[in-house]
Every structure is written in structure tokens, then in C-alpha cells.
Write a protein that binds this ligand. Structure first.
Ligand SMILES: O=C(O)CCC(=O)C(=O)O
Ligand SMILES: [Fe+2]
Length: 297
């Protein structure tokens, strides 16, 4: 789901600088959200685009969206552009940072010597949800493309998690509903609940809930054969149902983590020949649904 910004809205947004934001703990302050909303809703058609965005994320069959903000990225300084994107994000849910030592927006660059399958590694980043091992993962994960891979690799991949689950056998679904799965470490995180270990991939009590999955657990967690096989089947179904596209400069991908899982194909070979300052760069921001906002589920 790609959403273009009408050119008259772009022109108005360029002429309407937003002030710096303030944080309240690890969350964007209510006062900043109100300030941004007042400024942005004064521009014609902003509310229409915000409604289209919310519908793409929470309407029937929806679950992700790409806001195409490339013209705004070109016209604005980095700081002003980030404020504007934060304003769009706050129309969906509350921006926050789970990592107390990092700013609201976290860089995802390219590190040639990191484990290739991890965030900012150069290899295939398999289907996952972010912060999978917190009891309350972020409702939305968002990625702002500053620079694509100059060598042309690294398309984003997305898959409807509930649709993939629906294609599995009842036996596999029963296995995925058992609390035997685990992944990764949990240290010094804000706003995502407690460590969840072990966890069920499917939470049977909540049909609109998370499919708490990361394909990375297949290689890196000790699992019994039957549970591992069920998880592998789910990983295969996610790939079967995937869509993929290349993020362009200024594209803002928002993923409803209660509906879709995400990942990224490998970057093109030869990253070591690209100067670090020219490599692919994304900025990541997490969102928490507003209390009582049933639309996230
Ligand atoms: O590099 C990407 O496009 C995705 C990165 C990602 O999913 C993550 O860091 O959690
Ligand atoms: Fe991710």
C-alpha cells in the first residue's frame, strides 16, 4: 500500500516548520503531539492523508503502508524532515524509543563485519517482528529510508502473518500455541513490558493478537523437533505470501505488528567497496497504540 502526498500538501508542509519535540520518559510528549497536530491539520488535505494511512494499517486486509515523502526529504533539512515524519507517525500512534540510551529515531546503517542476518548486517534479514520477546511488543515498527543500497540490493519483504497461519494444519497451529518458543536477550528496554520467555507464537485467546514470531529463532534457539517443524512451516508460508519492494529515498514504511511481519532481502554483494557514508541508511521508530484504540487489534 503506497500513499503519495498531493503536491499542494507538499508545498504547504514545506512552508510550515515544526518546532523541536519533547520527550516524556521514552515517549513523545503529549504537548509535542498536540503542537504538531495543530500545525499539520491546518494544511489542506493533511487529515485526508492521515485517515488514508490509518485505514491502510488497520482496515480490513491492511497492515502496512509506505508514505512516499521523497519530495519533502529533498526540500527539507534532515532535522525538519524528521519532525515532519514524526508528526505523520503520531497520527497513527504514540512514538517511543524502547532503548533508553538511544534517541527517538535509531539509525540502521550497514556493518560489513556484523552477523549478516542481524539488523544492519549485510545478509538476508528473515521474517520477524521487532522486540518479539517483550510481553508488549511495539504495535507498529516504522522504517524511514534515507539512502537505499547504492549497489541495488536489499528490498523490503512483508507478509500477512494471520493469512500464513491460516494456511497451516490444525496440528501445526496447536504446536505454535504452546509456550515453548524463545529468542534473544532482553536487557534495559522501556515500554515493551517484561521479558517473555518462553512464549507461544500464537496466542489463542486473542484472534487479533500478535503472531509472535521470528524466523531467526529457527537457527538460534533450542527447540524440540515437532515445535521446530511447525515454526519452519510458518516461516515457509510467510515467504510464500510475501510482497517485496525497494524503499526509495524518503519512503516511510509503517508496519502494524499485529498483522504483518517484516524483513529484508540481502544487500548486494560488494558492500566492503562502498564507503560507509554512502551505504544504505534507514531510521527506525516504534509506535505504541493509544489506550482504548481498538483499531490496532
Ligand atoms: O534493514 C531493513 O530493511 C529492516 C531492518 C529490520 O527489520 C530491523 O532492524 O529490525
Ligand atoms: Fe525489524
Amino acid at each position: 500500500m503506497f500513499i503519495d502526498i498531493p503536491s499542494e500538501l507538499e508545498a504547504d508542509l514545506i512552508d510550515r516548520p515544526l518546532p523541536p519535540w519533547e520527550l516524556d520518559g521514552s515517549f513523545l510528549a503529549q504537548s509535542s503531539m498536540e503542537e504538531y497536530r495543530t500545525e499539520l491539520t491546518a494544511t489542506p488535505r493533511f487529515e485526508e492523508i492521515a485517515a488514508t494511512l490509518r485505514h491502510a494499517l488497520t482496515g480490513e486486509g491492511g497492515g502496512y503502508a509506505v508514505l512516499r515523502l521523497g519530495n519533502l526529504a529533498k526540500a527539507l533539512s534532515g532535522v525538519r524532515f524528521r519532525r515532519l515524519v514524526t508528526g505523520f507517525a503520531a497520527e497513527v500512534a504514540i512514538p517511543f524509543s524502547p532503548f533508553p540510551r538511544w534517541p527517538l529515531w535509531k539509525d540502521i546503517g550497514v556493518k560489513v563485519d556484523k552477523d549478516p542476518w542481524r539488523s544492519s548486517g549485510i545478509g538476508y534479514n528473515a521474517f520477524h517482528m521487532d522486540l518479539v520477546n517483550g510481553t508488549q511488543p511495539p504495535d507498529y515498527t516504522t522504517l524511514l529510508c534515507v539512502r537505499p543500497d547504492p549497489l541495488g540490493g536489499g528490498p523490503s519483504i512483508l507478509s500477512d502473518a494471520h493469512a500464513a497461519v491460516a494456511r497451516l494444519s490444525e496440528n501445526s497451529r496447536a504446536l505454535l500455541s504452546e509456550s515453548v518458543y524463545h529468542y534473544g536477550t532482553f536487557f534495559d528496554l522501556f515500554g515493551v513490558g517484561e521479558e517473555y520467555k518462553p512464549f507461544p507464537i500464537l496466542d489463542g485467546s486473542d484472534p487479533g493478537g500478535f503472531v509472535r514470531f521470528t524466523a531467526k529463532m529457527l537457527e538460534r534457539s533450542e527447540l524440540g523437533q515437532a515445535h521446530a517443524d511447525a515454526a519452519r512451516e510458518l516461516a515457509e508460508e510467510l515467504v510464500r505470501g510475501q510482497v517485496s519492494f525497494m524503499l526509495q529515498p524518503g519512503d516511510y514504511l509503517i508496519v502494524n505488528q499485529r498483522r504483518f511481519l517484516h524483513g529484508r532481502e540481502a544487500l548486494h554483494s560488494g558492500q566492503e567497496t562502498v564507503p560507509a557514508s554512502d551505504r544504505r541508511l534507514l531510521l527506525q521508530l516504534f509506535l505504541r497504540a493509544r489506550a482504548g484504540d481498538g483499531s490496532a487489534t
